[in-house]
Design a protein around this ligand. Sequence first.
Ligand code: 3H9
Length: 697
Amino acid sequence: MNAPLAIERDGSVAVIMLDHPPVNALAHRLRTALLTAIERLDSDPTVQAIVLHGAGRNFIAGADISEFDQPAQPPLLNELLFRLESCNKPVVAALHGAALGGGAETALACHYRAATSDLKIGFPEVTLGLLPGAGGTVRLPRLVGWKASLELMTGGKPIDVDRATAIGLVDRRIDGDVRAGAVAWARELVAGGALPRRLRDLGAPEATAELFAEWRAAMPATAWRLPAPGRIVDALEASATRPFDQALDRARELFEECRRSSESRALRYLFFAERGSSLDRDAALRVESAGVIGAGTMGAGIAISLATAGLAVTLVDSKPESLAAGLARVASTIEGSARKGRMTVADAAAAVARVRGSGDLKELSAVDLVIEAAFENLAVKRGLFAELGELCKPQAVLATNTSTLDVDAIAAASGRAADVAGMHFFSPANIMRLVEIVRGRESSRATLATLRAVTKRIGKIGVTVGNCYGFVGNCMLYAYGREKELMLLEGSTPEAIDRALEEFGMAMGPNAVGDLAGLDIGYQARRQWNERPDDPRFYRVSDRLAELGRYGQKSGRGFYRYDGSDRKRQPDPEVLELIRAEAKALGVAQRKIADSEIVERCIYALANEGARILEEGIAASPADIDVIWCNGYGFPRHRGGPMFHADTIGLAIVIEAMRRYEGEQGPQYWTPTPLLASLAEREGTFAGWQAGRADGV
Ligand code: 3H9
């Protein structure tokens, strides 16, 4: 293993070059080496200044997140940074790429900060359920004041070099090579007799008593479900009211409290789960151009994602008016991103120019990748793939965006099934980060690797799944939706169900989601599903609403009514009447259903279904399921996903509840899968089971 850092000399300036791939995270090895280097250089009389620089694309991406599951090993980061700040000669941070979390805290412990234009500096700890625990909450306000500190730390969003310079976090901008620029500046500092400039020697800026109370009051209600945002404000308040050392100790205590919380454990788990198995880079084919078939909402969203990531896109639709509408949507959405400041006007213009329209499929003969997003009908898709199989160049990868149809049946029609797989985007495709990459029976390694690589390139999270009705996400959604539909018949209401699940943390309750997606869409999909449960109660309420033309938001009526000027959802007594009538017709007795039952039935049904598709090999791991649910279905990230949540509750407790529902409801839906039952019996977890499989146990 290579040394995690090197010391280079440039005359009287010593450069500490951190070299700990992939992102210079401050793992124990690197901390130990850095401490030794600092002590050596500080006592070396031939060294007059030190530059701290990161090899590769980043300065430092933060503490090593994988170490937070074990007790911290000395030297602790805050001790190391205290020593760094104590250096008796000027220390210059040469910042580029990511300087995040512990990386930004390291920059604050340096005496001077220089940066290049690609800098992203910030405190994303809150997204991991943590707070900056290595002095950031104490040093940052001394440099940039309270408001900027509160914003950066409770918001978690990194800032660029312009903003960092404007607030005083960066002292000097460097054009070109950051190392050379920082060394030149260090020389200037020495020549000018500059002394170490330690933030800890500055007093904390004045803060009024109301400042922190007002910030707390203004935090969104959702922030209060998590420990971290409130603790960040506590730590900053401690910096305003206590001396440096005591404030540092308090921050450390609060950090530990957050680190041990189930919310932070869940968020850290997702951090790694979302990065998933490494990309199969060797097998991936080069993709520079793509065709998207179908210029509807989905096709346009996919085209936007591809074009903004730099791919040349041909959007094909046989109907000229649909094509024109799709192209207009692409342009207006991308231009809207520029107006909102998410990209520059020049980048937006270039992205729009990368998309061209065509009515002729033959124009896709030379593209590297085709993504079909045509009407959800097997015959239509098979027809298209038969043509694509003929006309596309050899080695082009052909993907279908079907959400419910059989990928193998579509692949077979192409005559080159090895080149075909599913690429299931979620709507709106330019916003939602999840893509299920559906492995067909004959999909080649190159096809799957290419789709994974493209998904990563367009900034999305790709999870490879098996081919079955609904794949992983929608297949599990049926179990979740089934329970909420049954509970409607049993006496609950759309708003009670949505409220209980939103309180649990779901981004939106299932009835509101149905109204948003369109109840006609689900209705059509269920009609084409041959193996739907033979149960007249199954999605009975949704079906009746769709049959009555109550499609949801688009028709102004669904589970709710949307007729106010703000189109906000309102309970609708007509729906309650309809549900009562349906329950009566089916002989279902109505009763009051507690919020706890609503949550348990919906969420445990998900976990059981997840266990089933793990047994069947449709999902490769519980982590894949959790990533899909947190990124495609609004499952609360701080609960880690349905499988992690079940592990956290304890599988024995989950099973006990399921047996109770089995007793009350019958075995049809509540019999635990063998995997879940056996894990619960031996006090196991899904995570442990997965680790055992990975170790070949
Ligand atoms: C913290 O600092 C707490 C302190 O305040 C207090 C301490 C006491 N640790 O994302 P990528 C791995 S909390 C461990 O695909 P990109 C990642 O798993 C930390 N590993 O690359 C992946 O591994 P693999 C605060 C890390 O170019 C590989 O690096 N910091 C860490 O798309 C490449 O990652 C953050 O929250 C880490 N800190 O994006 C920043 N970071 O190859 C977290 C990355 O095996 N990191 N890895 O799959 C990021 O935001 C992005 O990784 C970054 C690069 C923007 C840096």
